[in-house]
Design a binder for this molecule. Structure first.
Ligand SMILES: Nc1ncnc2c1ncn2[C@@H]1O[C@H](COP(=O)(O)OP(=O)(O)OP(=O)(O)O)[C@@H](O)[C@H]1O
Length: 342
């Protein structure tokens, strides 16, 4: 639905030239929640603002449906933008307007009649859970409520695409969760495509279907969220995954946990779905003459399902351990890695 080709943005200042977005190619599917993650300065904000041309690209194209946004003249761009909502980190509300008036603002610009506007605003207020706060001013609202107004306003013209620029970065973890839940709800109810940028892997984990990792203006890794969590390739992606899964230093410390009983093999199992794994452990213990001691385990839930890592110590005759390992590798979908041979 959205096709981005060779997208580029170069800033030229007196002191320096910066390529903030460097030859980006991406296809985003209709109805998906697509996350872009990167550290500060990676080019995320520039990228998302190029999509609706809040920034003018230096090269490349952004095609939404059958419209090449980068080629539209001013008036056509204004019309095309009605199909693209945007949510901002710092809400960008009009402080002298009430909740209802903020949400009505884009409808006024689009020329909707007062009666229709009133009805649409009420629908939106109910949708984002602000019923009863219509006449409040932004200064009277919590951060989460302000963002709900921002989201309602972005949806006013029934866009097909929603761009979220660090929409939860100014919010505490609990409020972040409730706003992310709202985005998922909107995505599912309306089939709205969402592109979000963030520096938090938790945001990607909770709601995104696919993720792109950005570094120095380029996408360095991209894939289904579950795949990226299970098999991060680039160093930067591994770092982001460890934000959620815990530090790899913890893994380094695991061999020392075997100090009390240094024998057998230390194995890392990676699996999708918790129950499949539990069943596997008991099956292995029954089928092979081995003992399995669970050292450490972690389950993480993503939008696409749960996955986990389990560290186990297997003891017994070497040949029997090897048979059990071969069984897991050839007969199950669980991934197995021998971390340590004692
Ligand atoms: N208007 C501008 N003029 C000059 N350089 C800019 C401009 N906007 C962004 N840049 C530079 O482009 C690069 C990418 O910035 P961008 O804000 O897109 O990154 P980001 O990943 O969104 O980071 P952050 O989360 O800190 O905003 C940075 O080096 C930044 O200094």
């Amino acid at each position: 639905m959205i096709s981005i080709k060779g997208l580029r943005k170069q800033y030229v200042t007196k002191e320096r030239q910066i390529i903030a977005v460097d030859d980006l190619d991406l296809d985003i599917k209709e109805g998906e929640i697509f996350g872009v993650i990167g550290y500060s300065g990676a080019g995320k904000s520039t990228f998302i603002r190029l999509i609706n041309r809040l920034e003018e690209p230096s090269g490349g194209s952004v095609t939404i449906g059958d419209k090449d946004i980068t080629r539209l003249k001013k008036n056509d761009l204004r019309i095309a933008r009605q199909d693209i909502g945007m949510v901002f980190q710092h809400f960008n509300l009009l402080w002298s307007r009430t909740v209802a008036e903020n949400i009505a603002f884009p409808l006024e610009i689009a020329g909707m009649s007062k009666t229709d506007r009133k009805q649409r605003v009420q629908e939106l207020i109910d949708l984002v859970g602000l019923t009863g706060r219509e006449d409040a001013y932004p200064s009277e609202l919590s951060g989460g409520q302000k963002q709900r107004v921002g989201i309602a306003r972005s949806l006013a013209n029934k866009p097909k695409l929603l761009l979220c620029d660090e929409a939860t970065s100014a919010l505490d973890p609990e409020t972040t969760t409730s706003i992310l839940d709202l985005l998922v709800d909107i995505n599912e109810k309306m089939g709205l495509t969402i592109i979000l940028i963030t520096h938090e892997m938790q945001v990607i984990r909770k709601i995104c279907h696919r993720v792109a990792v950005m570094e120095e203006g380029k996408v360095v890794e991209m894939g289904d969220v579950l795949d990226v969590f299970l098999h991060p390739k680039q160093q930067i992606t591994k770092k982001f995954v460890s934000q959620v899964m815990g530090n790899t230093e913890e893994e380094d410390a695991i061999p020392s946990m075997l100090q009390d009983n240094p024998e057998g093999k230390l194995i890392k199992l990676q699996f999708i779905g918790e129950s499949a794994n539990k069943a596997l452990i008991s099956q292995l213990a029954k089928q092979f003459a081995i003992d399995i001691n669970i050292i450490q385990g972690k389950i993480t839930n993503t939008k696409a399902g749960s996955y986990g890592t389990l560290f186990v110590q297997i003891t017994g005759e070497d040949a029997e351990i090897d048979r059990a390992i071969l069984y897991v590798q050839t007969k199950t979908s669980v991934e197995l890695e021998v971390i340590l041979n004692v």
